[in-house]
Design a protein. Structure first.
Length: 593
C-alpha cells in the first residue's frame, strides 16, 4: 500500500509534497494556533516543556587543554545537525594545536586536529566562499598572524595566510570576527592586536584581501564583534580596547566612524552582543578584567547606550557569553571568573534585572566560554575552557538542568489535505538523546473534518512514552472507528506533554507524523497535489476527463502513453498513478483506485 507521511518538523517553513513523495507540514511556531501560556519552549528542531534554571551537570571534553585567554566556539562544523566544538590550544608547555571536536549527537566528542600553528588564539567559523561548508578563521603569533582554513566540504582544511603580521613589529593578532562589512555579498574580516593596540578590517577581493586600518595605539585589544547597532541594515563593529570600548559605525560601504562607547573601563576584555532588554536592537555585554565588573551597554537607539554594571564583585572576569538558558525568550549571561576559579550565571528576568547563580562545580582557572545545545535536549549548554600557561585544566561542557513545568497543551493549526484521505497512523519521534523515563509522556489527540465546518470530537489520547507509531483506529479509544468509516480532507491535532515523576525531565519531541492511504475510495480521491496548473481534470470512478488548450497526453507510471488528444480527452483507466500533460507540461497527477 502506498503511504504518504505528513510530518511536523520545527526547522522548516511550509508544506510540500505530492504522489510518490512525502508531504511535509513544517514550522511549529507558525502552524500552532493555541497553547497554554508560558509552558512550551520551541528550539530549532525540538519541542519540550518550559522550565526554570536549576543547576548544571559537568562532562569532560578534553583534559589536555590549558592555555591563556581564548574562547572556544560552538558550531555545526560538519553540518550533520548537531553542535561541534572549535578550540585553540595555546599553552607554553605543550604542542600548539587547532582542534575541532566532532559531536556524536548527544554530547560525546571525538577530537580532530586541523593544524598546529604557532601560538593559536581566537577562532571563529564562517562560510568563507558561500559554498555551503564552514571554514575557520584563527589569530596566532608571532608570525603568520591571521590565518584562514578553507574547508573542502569533507572536513579537510587548507591553510591560507590572510596577513603575516597584522600590526608590526611587536604586536600579536588577538580578536577576530567575520561579516559582510561593505555590503557586496561576501564575508570580510576583522582583527585586533595586543601590544600595538590596533584594529583592522580586511575587504575580501577573492582570492586576496585588502587591509584597512581603523585605529592604532589603543592599548591591548582582546575582543571584537560585528553586528548592526544602529538598525540601518549594515554591520558595525564593537571593540574592547583596554581602557575604552569603541563602536565603529558603518555607512554601508565599509567606511567607518569611530565612537567611544565607554572610556571608564580598567581593562575591557571580552564582548558578547545580543538583545538583552528585548527591545529589538543589539546591546553589548562586557567583562572588565581588572575592575572585576560585568557591564551591559543597553542600546537606546541612535547609537546612544546606557551603561549598567550588573556585577562589580568578581576577581578576574575573562570570558563572557550570552544564551537563553531557561529558556524564556530573554538572554542570560555566563561569565568565567578565572582567578576566583568559578563560573557565574546571570539569569535575566527580561527587564535587565539579573540574578547571579554560581553553580557548585570544581575550582579551576576558567577563562573561555561558549553556549549551545550540545546534547540535543533543546536546552543551551555551557562550554568552558580552564587552565593556565603551565597547567592544563581541560575543556568541559555543562548540561543545563531545568525545573520543568509538569504539563502543557498545544494545538496545531488545521491541515487542509486538498482531497479526502483515509488517515491510518500517528507517529511520534522522541529525541534520540533523551531516553524514555517514567513520567515522560506525550499524549496526542486528533480531530478531523470532511468540509472544514463540522468536526469529529477530539479522539484520543494516543499515549507515547517513546518513539513509535499507533493506528488511529484502536478499539480501546472511543470514536476512533470513524477513521475506518470515513475519509477526511482536514485534520488537526493536540499535543499534551507530561513530566510527572521527575521535575528535571521533559519529553523532547523531534517530529510528529500522520500516515494516510492516498488512494481513498472510488469516488473521492483522484487528483494529486502538484502539477502545472490550469485546465480541467475530473475522475469519476475509473473514468478520466481532461479539457485544456493544446495537446493532451496521459502517461502511466512506467512511461507509456495511454491516452492522447487535442483540447479534450475521455479515457477509462486501470488502477494506478498517471500523469496528465498539457502541451508537454505536467498538468496533474491522477490516482485511480
Amino acid at each position: 500500500m502506498l503511504i504518504f507521511i505528513i510530518s511536523q518538523v520545527v526547522s522548516q517553513t511550509d508544506w510540500s509534497g505530492g504522489p510518490g513523495t512525502c508531504g511535509t507540514v513544517t514550522s511549529w511556531g507558525n502552524t500552532f494556533c493555541s497553547a497554554t501560556s508560558q509552558m512550551f519552549y520551541l528550539f530549532p528542531g525540538k519541542l519540550r516543556l518550559k522550565g526554570v534554571f536549576r543547576t548544571i551537570d559537568e562532562f569532560l571534553v578534553d583534559g589536555s587543554l590549558g592555555g591563556y585567554d581564548n574562547n572556544p566556539d560552538i558550531v555545526d562544523l560538519d553540518l550533520d545537525g548537531d553542535k561541534d566544538l572549535l578550540a585553540a590550544n595555546e599553552p607554553s608547555y605543550l604542542t600548539d594545536a587547532l582542534y575541532w571536536y566532532e559531536n556524536s549527537g548527544c554530547g560525546n566528542f571525538a577530537r580532530h586536529t586541523i593544524d598546529n600553528p604557532t601560538s593559536p588564539d581566537e577562532v571563529v567559523a564562517f562560510d568563507y566562499q558561500g559554498d555551503g561548508d564552514l571554514d575557520v578563521l584563527l589569530s596566532s603569533y608571532p608570525s603568520e598572524d591571521f590565518l584562514l582554513y578553507e574547508n573542502d566540504g569533507s572536513m579537510n582544511f587548507t591553510r591560507t595566510v590572510v596577513d603575516a603580521d597584522v600590526y608590526p613589529p611587536t604586536t600579536q593578532s588577538q580578536g577576530v570576527a567575520a561579516g559582510d562589512l561593505d555590503g557586496d555579498g561576501d564575508y570580510d574580516l576583522v582583527a585586533t592586536t595586543i601590544g600595538g593596540g590596533s584594529i583592522h578590517w580586511y575587504e575580501q577581493q577573492y582570492p586576496s584581501w585588502v587591509k584597512h586600518t581603523l585605529m592604532t595605539g589603543q592599548g591591548d585589544s582582546y575582543d571584537v564583534e560585528v553586528a548592526d547597532f544602529d538598525g540601518d541594515g549594515d554591520l558595525d563593529i564593537v571593540q574592547a580596547a583596554e581602557d575604552r570600548v569603541y563602536l565603529f559605525e558603518n555607512d554601508g560601504s565599509g567606511n567607518f566612524t569611530s565612537h567611544v562607547l565607554d572610556n571608564t573601563t580598567d581593562f575591557a576584555f571580552n564582548l558578547t552582543v545580543g538583545d538583552f532588554d528585548g527591545d529589538g536592537d543589539n546591546d553589548v555585554a562586557l567583562s572588565d578584567l581588572n575592575a572585576g565588573e560585568v557591564i551591559v551597554y543597553r542600546n537606546d537607539g541612535g547609537l546612544s547606550f546606557t551603561r549598567t554594571v550588573i556585577d562589580n564583585s568578581l576577581t578576574n572576569p575573562y570570558g563572557v557569553e550570552k544564551g537563553d538558558l531557561e529558556p524564556d525568550g530573554d538572554l542570560d549571561i555566563i561569565v568565567a571568573d578565572k582567578f576566583a576559579q568559578r563560573v557565574h550565571i546571570y539569569i535575566n528576568d527580561g527587564s535587565m534585572s539579573f540574578t547571579r547563580i554560581t553553580p557548585p562545580i570544581p575550582s579551576r582557572h576558567y577563562f573561555g566560554v561558549g553556549i549551545g545545545d550540545l546534547n540535543g535536549d533543546a536546552s543551551p549548554d555551557i562550554l568552558v575552557r580552564a587552565g593556565l600557561p603551565y597547567s592544563a585544566e581541560g575543556l568541559w561542557w555543562y548540561k543545563t538542568v531545568l525545573q520543568y513545568y509538569p504539563s502543557a497543551t498545544l494545538t496545531s493549526s488545521v491541515f487542509d489535505a486538498g482531497v479526502y484521505r483515509r488517515w491510518l497512523q500517528v507517529q511520534v519521534t522522541f529525541s534520540s538523546c533523551n531516553p524514555p523515563a517514567p513520567g515522560k509522556e506525550i499524549h496526542v489527540y486528533v480531530r478531523a473534518s470532511r468540509y472544514g465546518i463540522a468536526w469529529t470530537p477530539w479522539i484520543g489520547p494516543y499515549v507515547f512514552t517513546g518513539s513509535g507509531a499507533q493506528n488511529l483506529y484502536q478499539p480501546s479509544i472511543s470514536g476512533s472507528d470513524t477513521f475506518t468509516e470515513q475519509n477526511f480532507r482536514y485534520i488537526q491535532y493536540r499535543l499534551e506533554l507530561y513530566s510527572s515523576t521527575d521535575s528535571t525531565l521533559s519529553p523532547i519531541l523531534d517530529e510528529i507524523a500522520f500516515t494516510y492511504d492516498p488512494l481513498g475510495d472510488d469516488g473521492e480521491l483522484s487528483v494529486g497535489e502538484y502539477g502545472h496548473g490550469g485546465g480541467y481534470v475530473s475522475v469519476n470512478g475509473k473514468n478520466l476527463r481532461v479539457r485544456t488548450e493544446g495537446s493532451i497526453l496521459v502517461v502511466s507510471a512506467d512511461g507509456r502513453v495511454v491516452a492522447k488528444g487535442d483540447e479534450e480527452v475521455n479515457a477509462r483507466l486501470k488502477q494506478g498513478i498517471y500523469g496528465v500533460f498539457a502541451n508537454g507540461k505536467l498538468l496533474r497527477k491522477v490516482i485511480i483506485r
